[in-house]
Design a protein around this ligand. Sequence first.
Ligand code: ZN
Length: 497
Amino acid sequence: MGKYYGQMMVIQQEVGDIHGALALMGWDQEVYMPRKGAATRGRQLATLSGMAHTRFISEEMGHAIERAGSEELTLDQQVNLREITWSHKRAEKLPTSLVKALAETSSAAIEVWMQARANNDFPSFAPWVEKLVKLQKESAEAIGYENEPYDALLEEYEPGASTQDIADVFEALRGPTVDLVQRIQNSEVKPRTDFLKKTYPVEDQRRFGVMVSKQMGFDYEAGRLDISPHPFCTHMGVQDVRLTTRYAENLPAQSLYGIIHETGHGLYEQGQDVNHEGTPRGQSVSLGIHESQSRMWENMVCRSRAFWRYFYPKFVETFPESMQGVTEEELYAAVNEVTPSLIRVEADEVTYNLHILLRFEIERGLFADVYTVNDLPDIWHAKMKEYFGIEPPDDRSGVLQDIHWSHGSFGYFPTYTLGNLYGAQFYDTAKQALPDLTEQIAHGELLPLREWLRENIHQLGMAYRPKDLVKQVTGKALSADYFLTYMEEKFGRLYEV
Ligand code: ZN
């Protein structure tokens, strides 16, 4: 190993270890920490992040990176050098004063947002969104971009992606999705969902969810499942992956699909090559690719007809009273109910992307100076009406619903829809590679799919950037077609449209 490459990796590992500690503290904050510990925890997290940042942008790291470039490197080492150089440049370009201003403004903005949402008072939040947009425009200028400022923000979450590419793919998705939603709304078919609101004891929900995630191949000796108000997945290493979910006695589908979604993320983390732990080569490649794993398992696999062929009898056995008189077909239809709704996080598989398209279009417009912050409630209403045929009665269930903007996280939303599209495209390839896949799922055999994903996606870490990974795995550039075909087939049949 080259001398400078070695030095670079020592620092990379130290920074990675600090991030592991931060992840553990963040997990604890959501799962166990007593409420009064919040202020101290906030300071500790800030101190440690600062240390990691300082170490990463240190002169020593800069020198090592620069000189490692003229050493002879293996392919894996080249991946690490490429990604570390990219992150280092990006971090270096951001002035410390700007990073600090963003952290301070967003932590104040979150408080304002919570109040504003509670009081349905967008005007009190608007100046804060303006400040954050202004600061993020400065970040974009500092980082640099090819075509529009939004590119620089997007790249934070989806390395190598361009706004225009995404806009083109989303544009192809919008019309057919709006059309499908309208057809479903006009359909005579309305699935019964009454039984999913009956009583399902929490301990039995947990047992059932754990059983499914084990069957998916989640290794509970290298991970665990806990409870938190907002489900998430985090990791301290390849062999320490933490999932959370939440339970409500009368919402069994929420906890089950929460567990499955987070298990999808968890399998991606557990599937990384342990020999490359703590390096880009042993890391997930982007939020969009991450989301492709969770969404594929949640929707394409575990909301499929084949899945319930195997799991329906087990579900009935676990919840005999609430499931009395409910057929397999009724359960399948109920977990796939489509209803246009105001709230993104409660949206079904079909309407979900429309929520994201709306936010992406607004963000892009804000950063291209097409929209001003004060326009947002009106634009929100107009787009809701156009895409969903409904309008929010107030800003609380409209423009104020998401936490992301108060964090200053612009460019994050598109990764959710990218995940759905990547997921459908990967799944299409998986089905060709595993001709018996549907049959296997109908027998509860979920491991062949996990193995395929592991070999073709998980184990590659950051070897390819998202755009190239999609081509590498599926042979084609990202397209909305796979997802559209999948939706038409599934929901066309379910709703007879
Ligand atoms: Zn997710």
